[in-house]
Design a protein. Sequence first.
Length: 344
Amino acid sequence: MATYLITGGAGFIGSHLSYALLQQGHRVINVDVFTDLYDYRAKIRNVLAATGCKSVFDFRYKEADLRRLSELVRSADYRLEVADIRDREALARICAQERIEAVVHLAALPGVRASGLQPLLFQEVNVDGTLQILETMRDHGIGKWVCASSSSVYGNSSKAPFNESAPVDAPISVYAATKKSCELLGYTYHHLYGIDTVMLRFFTVFGERQRPDLAIHKFVRLMEQDEPIPFFGDGETMRDYTYIGDIIDGTLRALNYVEGRSGVYEIINLGGSAPITLRRMVELLEEKLGRKAVLDRLPKQPGDVERTDADIAKAEKLLGYAPKTSFESGLERFIAWYKGGQVQ
Ligand code: NAD
C-alpha cells in the first residue's frame, strides 16, 4: 500500500482516480480548493462517490459544507485537504504529515474559452501552481509524479494523428500555452533535480461525472430541458473523445511506469483514437436521447482547434494502454448516470 497525493482530486478525473486507487488498497490524499468554475456541490458529490460515502448532504454554504465533507470522509485510507495549490505553506503542512510515494497533479483551471477571459488567473493557477507543487515535492523528497497536460498543446499546425514527437510550439489558446508551460517546467525539474515524470496529454474526456461545462454534459442537460444547444462553426470540427474509464486505466499505468523506474521524463498521449465530428456527436445524442436537438448556430470560437486525434502508439508501447470503451457505449453510460440522478 502506498500513499498518493492527488491535486484536483474533487474534480471529474481526480475523483475517478481517487476511487480507483482506494479500490486498489492505497491511501489517497486529495488537495482541492473547490473552485467555482462549476458548482462546488458537484465536486462534493464527486468526493462522496470516490470515497463510497453514502451520507446525504443538505447544502448550506460553501465553507461549512467543505468542513463537514472533510470530517465525513476522513478515514484510515483517505484525507481531504481543502487547500489551494498556490499556497506553499498549506502544501508543506500537508506533505509533512506522512510519506508520499508520488503525486498526480490534476488541479488546474480547464477550458479554452475561459482561459481567454481570465488569462492571468490561468497562468497563476496552472503555471505558478504547478511550480509550487514541484517545489513542494523537492522540499519533501517526493521524486515521482504524473501530471495532466492536454491535447490542446497540438494547436492547429500538427499533422493528424498527433504524435508526441511533433513540435508543439504554436498553442492557440492561453489554456494550451499554460499546459505546454507545465510540460516544460516538468522537464526542467526532471533535468535539474531528477524528478521522474510522466506528462499525460489527455484527449477530451467524457463519462460519468463529466464536468458540466463540457459539451456532452452540457448538450444532454439542454436537450433534456428542450433548450437550444450552442453549435459552433459548421459542425465539422473533430474531437478524439476518450472515456473516463480508459483515462483512469492509462493514468494508473503511467503511475506504475514512473514508480518502477528512475531517470524518466515522458510525454504520452491518452486518447480514444477514434475522432468524430461535432455534427456526428449531436446525431448520436439525438439517437440515444430520442429527441431532436435545437441548434443555436454560433461562429467558431477563437482558441478552438479544428481537430484532435491521438496517436496512441507510445501509450500502447510504454504503458500497455488500449482504450476499451467506444464513444457510443461511453455515451450510453453517461446518459444512464445523468438520468439516474447523477449519483456515483
Ligand atoms: P475539473 O475542473 O473537474 O478538476 C480540476 C480540479 O482542480 C477541480 O476540482 C478544482 O476545484 C481543482 N482546482 C482548480 N484550481 C485549484 C487550485 N488553485 N488549488 C487546488 N485545486 C484546484 O477538471 P478535469 O476535467 O477533472 O481535469 C483534470 C485535469 O486534466 C486538468 O489539469 C485539466 O486541464 C486536464 N485535462 C482535462 C481534460 C478533459 O477533457 N476533462 C482534457 C485535457 C486535460
